[in-house]
Write a protein that binds this ligand. Sequence first.
Ligand SMILES: Cc1cc2nc3c(=O)[nH]c(=O)nc-3n(C[C@H](O)[C@H](O)[C@H](O)COP(=O)(O)OP(=O)(O)OC[C@H]3O[C@@H](n4cnc5c(N)ncnc54)[C@H](O)[C@@H]3O)c2cc1C
Length: 369
Amino acid sequence: METADCVVIGAGVIGLAVARALALAGREVIVLEAHDCIGSEISSRNSEVIHAGIYYPGGSLKARFCVAGREQLYAYCDQRSVPYARCGKLIVATEEQQRPQLRGILEKARNNGVGDIVELDKDEIRRREPEIRCVAALWSPSTGIIDSHGYMLALQADLENAGGIVVFNSKVLAGSTSGGSLQLSVATDGDNFELAAHTVINCAGLGGDRLARAIDGIDRATLPAYSYARGNYFTYAGKSPFSSLIYPVPNEYGLGVHVTHDLAGNLRFGPDVEWIDRIDYAVDPRRGDQFYDAIRSYWPDLADGSLLPAYSGIRPKINGEGLPAADFRIQQQDEHGVPGLVNLFGIESPGLTSSLALADYVSSLPACR
Ligand SMILES: Cc1cc2nc3c(=O)[nH]c(=O)nc-3n(C[C@H](O)[C@H](O)[C@H](O)COP(=O)(O)OP(=O)(O)OC[C@H]3O[C@@H](n4cnc5c(N)ncnc54)[C@H](O)[C@@H]3O)c2cc1C
């Protein structure tokens, strides 16, 4: 039986950020990752937006970690030369009846500590984004985009410089407690092995609920069973007419089909919300029809045939279809009953933006000290 001080399960952006924070705090850290590279699931299938922290319910972990994490992330990108752009975003109301929603968003943002968000008048909207049709808009200057893979590579480098390691092709199958430590059964390409650790952080993304269920002695009644909500993206086959990100007012499931671009200037639209019952990343080209309708509500000149199916990402939803979005859930022994184990559940958007703040929080929990 191998032993370790601290094991982080999953090398997505959350696992890497948590592992880095623990290693910088002086812990000996091993990250176990099922795939052969970092960030190959949710963390490489998102919008790469640094969110300001506008929409989340007051007092939620999402609001708190997004607002704090965003500033930490910009500072980290500067320090570690991770490419990003603070391009700002417009939130547009396309119908008069959406004005109260826009005012509600402004109020919520300010309550969350997003102090720089402002309403724009028509001239200012036209000056910034002449192609956009809307009746009113908010401007968020602290929203941006990031090279998320460059960010994860920087986190991995920090972890390794602090003495931590990432072990690839190592899937944790199950766990049990014995003699004050948590013993993990790990499947590899070759022989399987057992690893005992004092502290285990479950950052397994879409697999996090299943993994927690496979730990002996855990109180299963406290565990979520994820619903999967796929977010599909379409790319635009042409030159982008926009300089900022454009978001409609959000709907009950998500932020609506919005405009983002990557750092190379490629324009993409999405994600939408499609409830699915198993992990499957295929984008159905027929969903394009709904994209044209949604986008033309704020960009009427979108030409027929200009959208191409691109990629998708899957959200690990604690609450299923028809229910309000749940907060991030960070579960400790007092809830699930297993000493030394911390579960991170439902780390959907704004997880990328929140990662550094969330990692600081997790590394300060009693199980991690
Ligand atoms: C469509 C979409 C758009 C998004 N857009 C944004 C955005 O613009 N801005 C933002 O801030 N956030 C965004 N998010 C959220 C953000 O991408 C996630 O919060 C974040 O990437 C989650 O990272 P993670 O490390 O928890 O999960 P993952 O990146 O999925 O990492 C989990 C890792 O655990 C590994 N694993 C799983 N099970 C095991 C096991 N048993 N043993 C070992 N390893 C295991 C997996 O292989 C994986 O590598 C978006 C999410 C989605 C789905």
